[in-house]
Design a protein around this ligand. Sequence first.
Ligand code: SF4
Length: 375
Amino acid sequence: MAGVYLHVPFCKQACHYCDFHFSTDTSLLTDVCKSMSAELVLQKEYLTEPVSTIYFGGGTPSLLTSSEIGHLIEKIQCLFKIAPDTEITLEANPDDLSKEKLKALRHSGINRLSIGIQSFNNDLLKFLNRVHDSSAAMQCLEDVREAGFDNISIDLIYAIPGLSENIWQETLLKALSFSPEHISSYALTIEERTVFGNWSKKGKLHPMEEESAARQFEMLMETLGGASYEHYEISNFCKPGYYSRHNSSYWKGAHYLGIGPSAHSYNGSTRQFNIRNNSAYLRAIQSGKIPSETEVLSEENKINEYILTTLRTQWGCDMSFLKDHLQDDIMSRKGDYLTLLERQGLVSIEENVVRLTRKGKLVADKIAEDLMMSV
Ligand code: SF4
């Protein structure tokens, strides 16, 4: 099964922490949307498997009208084989989801919403430069249910400078009170080309101490685990059965087609990167070209990607798969290290599958880095 990702590179305003590809000048929004439709035609041979997930990401795809979204979904349905029960997710910001829009989105075929709540605290929302406030976030979470959405995900950010443990606990409990099927939660990282990056360089902003950030991650695991959410990927939690099928398929190595400026595609042996420039993207598509670069993945790249992605999930890193499909005998490379990790309680190894323990999840990146091959 394969996926289609559509990147909508526009936002109402720039959040201070975000380094995704987007523009706050929305004058090209309609043209880019039309070009994405044209790109789907140009790329219609890319996937050979049926499509089982469609994901509108960004940027802020909820800036598109429901008829633009509906048109893109129909286009995909015309051009690709579509599996029954396809998961169709829209990333959305609370300020875009009026009751009318929600009704129209349901009608357009969207069956899952991933809502950028980030926090329920007004001071923090302002600090992050989000458009919405706490009451808009809460109203939106009521409205999505009223509109009939029964599969929603909430994004939350922790390790924000100024986020106390009390506020974080309140945020988690508030999120749980809406009973979302899925919660994604990320530690704030300070990226260079952002307002926070700039403040940090000038010494005006200091990232949260690692220990405090780790404590907030533990609170996240404790609170959501206590509410019976499965911690199925380092940053993702769900009620039983409500995994993000789209993201899970990335982590399981499924093929996907990325449409729109800066979108990536993957077909098992190469990765394709679309240009990160909206005007250049439009010009290329209008002249019938796909503005992308292609990277042929080396065997080491494939091994490293497999380790990096699978280790973060509850399904773990299957050493038999590595050996049989990627010719990597990780036990002969890293057997002593894995034994040490197991003794330290950082990983468990059962039936040749390495999984991070709760303690191991706190140092997931370091463990993955140590297990990867040097390229
Ligand atoms: S976090 Fe989302 S809404 Fe904010 S600038 Fe980035 S893409 Fe846009």
